[in-house]
Design a protein. Structure first.
Length: 112
């Protein structure tokens, strides 16, 4: 998957050889933000322009722009796993939230 990021908004893009153009869409939003360009540099600029247009539109409409991620999510676990994680967090002297955040950070660091 080819991606670009601008102001925290992540866009996925692909090349269309028939049209000889890259086209993309910002991911993980209910609102549709698209962009296109004939080169990677043009595509980067198109993503930035599209995000800026979106932010400007939201401001004009008095609407709060969607954020790609809030930094919060719920995870459903079995009670046994929940208990084991809570015990590990207590052993490490940190909150459950801190323990999980550290574990996830370590996991994603292995796959840059």
């Amino acid at each position: 998957m080819n991606t670009l990021t601008y102001k925290g908004y992540c866009g996925r893009f692909a090349y269309d050889p028939e049209a000889d153009i890259f086209h993309g869409q910002v991911l993980h939003l209910a609102d549709m933000i698209t962009f296109q360009g004939r080169s990677i540099d043009a595509l980067k600029q198109a993503l930035a322009d599209s995000v800026e247009d979106y932010l400007e539109f939201c401001a004009e409409e008095g609407k709060t722009p969607e954020k790609p991620y809030s930094g919060r999510f719920n995870v459903r676990l079995s009670p046994k796993v929940h208990q084991r994680i809570a015990l590990e967090a207590a052993r490490d002297g940190v909150s459950l939230n801190t323990w999980v955040a550290q574990a996830l950070s370590k996991a994603v660091a292995r796959h840059p």
